[in-house]
Design a protein around this ligand. Structure first.
Ligand SMILES: Cc1cc2nc3c(=O)[nH]c(=O)nc-3n(C[C@H](O)[C@H](O)[C@H](O)COP(=O)(O)OP(=O)(O)OC[C@H]3O[C@@H](n4cnc5c(N)ncnc54)[C@H](O)[C@@H]3O)c2cc1C
Length: 467
């Protein structure tokens, strides 16, 4: 039987819980396509580690699809602008009549989708486009039909929208016995040193087990324990969510299953609330295209004159600031491609408020290193930390790295893991080592004076008043 339906996968690299795959297969047999656009990804600062995981997932998916008799084409292109013609040519060559996909919201992705739909229309191929791959895909709007600019009311509306439209995960596609699938033959990339396959395996079964294990064993205490980076109390599913290896309805199903299907129970899940932050930042990208253009959400903060200090930026990137918690965090990022959320807040506050370096520098560095780099969440996190963003931290809230360290890594366990030169210090000494210890262990002196740096940042924001 000829295949007539083509499903285009992007940051939704999975077969399970995929609305386009599921619904397309109800019409006819399907094929899949993935477009590799390395030049574009590089321009978006996507990290080698994230690309390596992406390639591993695509390879794994292609093999799974092959077993089901579903062909999976991989188009090696350069940029998003190459997609419209390449997809159209593929359709004409294989007689695919309809292309299905889930829309993406950042500006370049949205333009790519629009141009592809127009191109396909011209060559007589139909498109079936779905809402973005979120827990609540439809725009969550206030009573005036406007986007929310504050998270809490967004979250209330998001929860009620969700309750009214709970959908179970879409099932894995059926076996297409009569179709001939293309055998996997592509070598997608050279092994990347920065990709820690031991930490982030591209195995769909393991990913699913990780989700259920977290929901069964950690989710209930998540609120209380999530802020301590030495302990594995968060899900560490972010790399898989960023590439869509796990579906939003799968996460919701696991939460409801473990918290109880009474609305009162699962509405109380703090982990669900974190997933709502992800939706919030994604939806903001769609409503406010300026966010995709490196502009601050609060226009007045455009006037801030940030410091240019290459040496301090380098020290921050390499984990040599002389603040052990900041250095441990940055070394975690550099060595594993991931950083704990509390530490992302501490390091981002350090860069933007204490070094007073432009948040866009930090945003770019994170994207270049993170295996879970997700434009919307990263931009949201950086603008939150720099107090330039939507529902951001108030500008006078400047994290004290030493206090944060004492509070969230009280024994210095996390610091010792990534700053081993300090491992012989006691819990009392490690958060702010003495000059003697710094010399003895060749650990740098603090590159800033916290009190002075804090005051500088607050005055700079104060000066914006009336702009
Ligand atoms: C400066 C800064 C940059 C960040 N950059 C990214 C990024 O590039 N990619 C990314 O996925 N997250 C980013 N975050 C959010 C958060 O730090 C990570 O999602 C989280 O640490 C991932 O670990 P986890 O999977 O164990 O999260 P969990 O605590 O288990 O949370 C579950 C999921 O919810 C989502 N989530 C949690 N917190 C947030 C949040 N504050 N904003 C948006 N989504 C959230 C993530 O998808 C996460 O995997 C950033 C935060 C800050 C402060």
């Amino acid at each position: 039987m000829a295949i007539s339906q083509l499903v285009w996968l992007r940051n939704d690299i999975r077969l399970n819980d995929h609305p386009a795959i599921n619904l397309a297969q109800q019409d006819d047999d399907i094929a899949l396509v993935v477009c590799l656009t390395p030049e574009q990804w590089q321009e978006h600062n996507e990290s080698p580690a994230k690309n390596a995981l992406r390639f591993e997932l695509i390879t794994e998916l292609q093999q799974q699809a092959h077993k089901l008799g579903i062909p999976c084409h991989i188009l090696k292109l350069k940029r998003f602008s190459d997609c419209p013609k390449a997809i159209a040519d593929l359709c004409l060559e294989h007689h695919y009549t309809t292309v299905w996909w889930q829309n993406e919201l950042p500006i370049h992705e949205a333009q790519r989708d629009e141009r592809t739909a127009q191109y396909l229309d011209k060559v007589g191929v139909t498109t079936r486009r779905f809402a973005p791959d979120l827990i609540v895909s439809e725009p969550v709007l206030n009573q005036q039909g406007q986007p929310f600019k504050v998270f809490t009311p967004f979250y209330k509306r998001w929860l009620s929208t969700l309750s009214a439209n709970i959908t179970p995960p879409y099932e894995c596609p059926n076996n297409q016995e009569n179709s001939k699938s293309l055998p996997s033959e592509l070598k997608l990339y050279d092994k990347e040193d920065s990709y820690r396959q031991d930490l982030w395996p591209a195995d769909y079964q393991i990913i699913k087990e990780k989700l259920w294990h977290f929901c069964h064993h950690k989710e209930a205490d998540y609120d209380e324990l999530r802020d301590f980076p030495a302990k594995p109390n968060t899900s560490t599913l972010s790399p898989y969510l960023a590439l869509g290896a796990i579906g939003p309805r799968e996460c919701l199903e696991a939460i409801i299953h473990t918290s109880g299907d009474n609305e009162r129970d699962w509405h109380g899940s703090v982990w669900l609330k974190e997933l709502a932050w992800r939706d919030f930042y994604k939806q903001l990208m769609g409503h406010f295209p300026d966010l995709s253009k490196s502009l601050p959400f609060k226009p007045e903060t455009q006037h801030i004159v940030w410091n240019h200090n290459d040496k301090a930026f380098k020290d921050w990137c390499e984990g040599n600031t002389g603040f052990p918690i900041v250095d441990a965090a940055m070394r975690q990022l550099n060595q594993t491609g991931w950083m704990h959320n509390r530490l992302r807040m501490i390091t981002a506050s350090f860069l933007t408020k204490l070094l007073f370096i432009d948040w866009r520098e930090g945003e770019k560095y994170f994207m270049e290193k993170l295996i879970d780099g997700e434009f919307s969440a990263n931009n949201g996190g950086w603008q939150w930390s720099a107090s330039t963003g939507c529902d951001a931290a108030p500008y006078f809230r400047v994290f004290n790295p030493t206090r944060q360290s004492e509070r969230f890594d009280p024994e210095g366990e996390f610091i010792k893991r990534f700053v081993p030169e300090l491992s012989s210090l006691t819990a009392k000494q490690i958060h702010d080592p003495s000059d003697l210890h710094r010399r003895q262990y060749q650990y740098p002196r603090p590159i800033i004076d916290y009190k002075k740096a804090r005051q500088y940042a607050i005055s700079a924001f104060d000066d914006l008043k009336g702009q």
